[in-house]
Write a protein that binds this ligand. Structure first.
Ligand code: GLU
Length: 275
């Protein structure tokens, strides 16, 4: 019977260790997104049709609507969401520090980011394209960006797609946001802004210039979560599936991008899997 006693003691010790390690019972920092009754959500503030901070401090856009829907499915009403501007360069850090609970901000799932972030989704797959001034007839393809000044947004992946992945020797000009890129393009400090077609379409509606219509990547827009929150991730994926099944995704895509001329995909994207 001694063996049984020892086994019981070992089991109790293992259980205590698991509890101390925070297996679902730790402090708020380790709490899954799935169990929260209010949420801080990171979005962009200067990307028309995706994430915009209005003068009155409220936010609007496709990402804001998607995040509101997901939060609702997780049991958090709009009134218990706090929105926080989260630029490209601070996304991973904001999740790691817990200053936001989730990020819905044109945030592409990439292998490098997956090392630091758990991604739900994707909730949409965009494609990188390029926006130029109306007089730039010679830029028709990503290869034509060689020796051209393109925008490098800190923490964003788009300039890497051109220079590192496509090996096109463009000249990056660094700024903090895509709004700043568009201003620099209009002022003649840049020759092109190459990034997701949804972002460019949002800006194009209010500015002169044109999209070259030569998409060359898949940008899987993920819902960024604290690394390791697999339970939260699975709930987010269930919410995204419901968003497509109940017609909300199609309604929101039409609401924000219906007039853009982009070919919109209204079937649920292939999920990456929660890791
Ligand atoms: N989707 C790209 C990325 O996540 C560009 C847009 C952005 O930086 O928010 O890097």
């Amino acid at each position: 019977m001694r063996a049984t006693t020892i086994t019981r003691a070992a089991a109790a010790a293992a259980l205590a260790a698991a509890v101390l390690a925070g297996c679902g019972l730790g402090g708020t920092e380790k709490k899954s997104l799935a169990g929260k009754d209010s949420l801080v959500i990171g979005v962009k503030e200067d990307q028309p049709a995706l994430g915009v901070k209005r003068p009155d401090g409220t936010y609007e856009g496709f990402d804001v609507d998607v995040a509101t829907y997901i939060a609702g499915r997780l049991g958090v009403p709009k009134s218990r969401i706090t929105w926080r501007t989260t630029n490209s360069s601070v996304r991973e850090e904001a999740l790691a520090k817990g200053t936001v609970d989730m990020i819905v901000a044109t945030y592409s799932i990439t292998p490098k980011r997956k090392m630091k972030v758990t991604f739900g989704g994707p909730y949409y797959v965009a494609h990188q394209d390029t926006f130029v001034r109306a007089d730039a007839a010679s830029i028709r393809d990503v290869r034509d960006l060689k020796d051209k000044r393109i925008c490098e947004v800190r923490g964003s992946n788009s300039w890497r797609r051109v220079i590192e992945e496509r090996k096109v020797a463009a000249k990056p000009v660094t700024v903090d946001t895509y709004g700043a890129c568009m201003d620099a393009l209009a002022a003649g400090r840049l020759d092109a802004v190459s990034t997701d077609d949804l972002i460019l379409a949002g800006f194009a509606a209010g500015r002169p210039g044109r999209m070259i219509n030569a998409p060359f990547t898949d940008e899987k827009y993920g819902v960024g979560l604290r690394k390791g929150d697999l339970k939260g991730c699975e709930e987010v994926n269930r919410a995204i599936t419901a968003m497509y099944q109940d017609g909300t995704a199609e309604r929101l895509l039409t609401k924000w991008f219906g007039k853009s001329g982009l070919k919109l995909t209204t079937s649920v994207p292939q999920f990456e899997g929660c890791t």
